[in-house]
Design a protein around this ligand. Sequence first.
Ligand code: ADP
Ligand code: ZN
Length: 369
Amino acid sequence: MTVRVSLGDRSYDITIENGALDRAGELLAPYAARGRFIVVTDRNIVPNQLYRLETSLTAAGIASAVEVLPPGESTKSWAMLEKLTDALLSYGVERGDTIVALGGGVIGDLVGFAASILKRGCRFVQVPTTLLAQVDSSVGGKTAINSKAGKNLIGAFYQPAHVLIDPTTLDTLPPRETRAGYAEVVKYGLIDDADFFAWCEANGAKLLAGDPEARAVAIAKSVGAKARIVGEDERETSGRRALLNLGHTFGHALEAETGFSDRLLHGEAVAAGMALAFRFSAAQGLCPAENARRVTAHIAAAGLPATLQAAGVDADGATLVGHMKHDKKMEGGRLPFLLARGIGQTFLDKQVDLTAVEAFLDAERTATA
Ligand code: ADP
Ligand code: ZN
């Protein structure tokens, strides 16, 4: 199926198809009319998925070069950006060429940013290979690297020319990475689609076990929601796109506390963050306690952390709120929070009292799901 992201002259299609990677030569042929392809990927993807793309491009007669980077968050650095742009320039990249990001969010974010600045903008195509990248980061044009001051602080909005999603690439993804990506799937239900959250409760286990049909439904639903929200608010100015940050402010504090390391993956932090956002909303009398319980239960049932303890975080409220204050969404000393009036009823609250958040997190320190 095809989902369109409608952004005027920056509009593009997202193709979702089992086996799309083996048909990439055919599906991406229009971009080969005037130039070559340069595929950028990471070392873990080489043995698992790269050969499928290369075979398909070769069969379609599309010339391609490959640049392989080390895996992991530390690849989103100035040093790697320099290495990558130097490599692309040494290939003699031209405006008619297409840069293909084959990988998870790390590759997508770095390659997208490199494409945005290389020769003031080169065409790039996203071929996401993690569940997180397929349902979230490959769509919408956010690109970035990290700096000493924090994650994703250097970057640009730069839309891809096409997104090619092949759910079968997830067959080789480690289960922990699949679970982490699933948190962002659940997020779309919690934001504004209670029926989809109920679908997740009924089908999440199947999806996590690799059921192709459940996986395809979840990806299509998530991508559709993301494309719609991005079409309404490309640059996060109206508040619509901000809804996608549900669970991310609490989550960011947990990631900071665990050093943005493998101790807690981004999706795991978001899972705990969404459970915390719902319990905080319930504690504030905004949301029925029963809804917060359902959210907590589903996250835990998916094998994701729903509490500070499960996330491996032992810190007081003041410490965690201290991390939140470094969030790039801080506005004049206030931090906008995504809270909920219920499942599928997320809203942006710009008036949250950080001392209430602190007290809530102190009480959460010993909570278990
Ligand atoms: P995310 O997409 O969550 O931001 P990364 O880009 O860091 O995460 O990818 C997570 C890990 O999974 C990395 O170690 C990456 O090399 C690996 N990986 C990505 N896609 C696949 C795949 N399809 N099969 C196996 N490993 C993969
Ligand atoms: Zn996220």
